[in-house]
Design a protein around this ligand. Sequence first.
Ligand code: FAD
Length: 460
Amino acid sequence: MPVDSRLNEASLAALRDGFCGSLLLPGDDGFDGARRVHNGMIDRHPAIIARCQGSADVADALAFGLANDLEIAVRGGGHNVAGRAVCDNGLVIDLSAMKGIWVDPARRRVRAEAGVNWGEFNRATQLHGLATTGGAVSSTGIAGLTLGGGFGYLMGKFGLTIDNLVSVDLVMVDGSLLTASEDENAELFWGLRGGGGNFGIATSFEYALHPLGPEVHGGLIAFSYGDAKKTLGYLRDAANDPDDEMTAICSMTHAPDGSGTKLAAMLACHCGSAGRAGKGLDKVRAVAPPVIDQLGAIAYNRINQLLDDSFPKLALNYWKPCFVNELSDEVMDILIEQFSVCPSQMSKLIVEAPHGEALRREPSATAFAHRSPGFSVLALAQWSSPEETEANVAWARETFERLRPHASPGAYSNYMGNDEDAGRVAAAMGGNFARLQALKDRYDPGNVLHLNQNIPPSDG
Ligand SMILES: Cc1cc2nc3c(=O)[nH]c(=O)nc-3n(C[C@H](O)[C@H](O)[C@H](O)COP(=O)(O)OP(=O)(O)OC[C@H]3O[C@@H](n4cnc5c(N)ncnc54)[C@H](O)[C@@H]3O)c2cc1C
């Protein structure tokens, strides 16, 4: 293929020399697959994709991008709905082939490279009977999820993913390599725990692990849509009397049989003993007569795959998240009314309640500021045909606008789409924004890493 005129041939040849991964140009085999991310709404055409194999590849790719004045996107698992892991006409530094995982069972630690996803991570750590809080869909990348915070089934017991992060290895925009931990570059480590990919390119993450499994107790339970308020009421009551070992994700959804029947569902996971789990799951069953009851003993690896089929790659997605302090009757009514007019069978309204260990840190302890009791509400529009786009985007926006008067200003940054304004991004960082901006000034004053929920430098 002729080299894109924006790329300097000599510098491309220099990049190729010694590059261990692959350099993909438009027209190359695999380029079209490599430029697509989870969200099918994102259809961008980069000038070059550098699929890296290690830190040296990342450093060389970054230097090449800067020398050629290319916009730079960084890709981990490619799951972020905003789609900023890929750009038009620029360079994608793609870490998805970096799959190394080293478990140290004696120290209960794991180091995983930035292209690992949660299915791969759980498989490797569960081999040793160990786990840490991670995403509920197996194909989600550890990189983006970790840098934004990390909700998962184990958050009540072990905290958010970032609360288990021990260190991060990075390539910084000046080409230097840094490790950030509590002992080394501690301020940067603080910012990496919730501040997203704003400060450097993470090449690997080290996490603390905990004995768990191979089985936990839980799974899918669903009630008729007429019992939606009782289902949401379970989550409200559980938040008042939290059980660290129990996490339930509540979802207004459609029946898995394709009939289009609306259901009020929960995915529950209890990570304690069979006896305690039995009592916890009985409370869930007591919500109403279930129409689906698949609760029981289940492999931890498996429970983290139960949602996979509901989120097919390249489905069209538009998400609007917020936090509400209370699941008031009014909020519940909005959710129930809005879901009853949802235009797509693939869409959901998801309510999560970070609790237990996830709330035991001060909002300023890490860059992730949302440490108060409350509920993350996500209007998750998902559909398959471009003709349905307008109706689905409108539905998610309308749901969000109806919730807005009940919501706090912030949202979970990992759920935010590509049309959030700077005010919402700043609000997502809460009281930590100024400190994060000081870190940006120090580590990326030119805002090279701006394709993210961006924390701009203070002069920009
Ligand atoms: C189906 C689905 C299920 C999800 N489930 C959960 C869940 O259970 N819990 C939860 O907390 N979140 C969940 N999320 C949200 C998820 O946390 C974010 O989408 C997250 O950004 C995904 O990370 P990624 O590496 O896959 O994404 P990417 O799109 O590759 O990356 C997201 C952004 O992170 C930055 N980035 C990525 N890698 C690096 C790196 N190595 N160094 C520096 N910056 C980097 C870039 O700015 C990039 O644009 C889910 C998302 C989807 C689509």
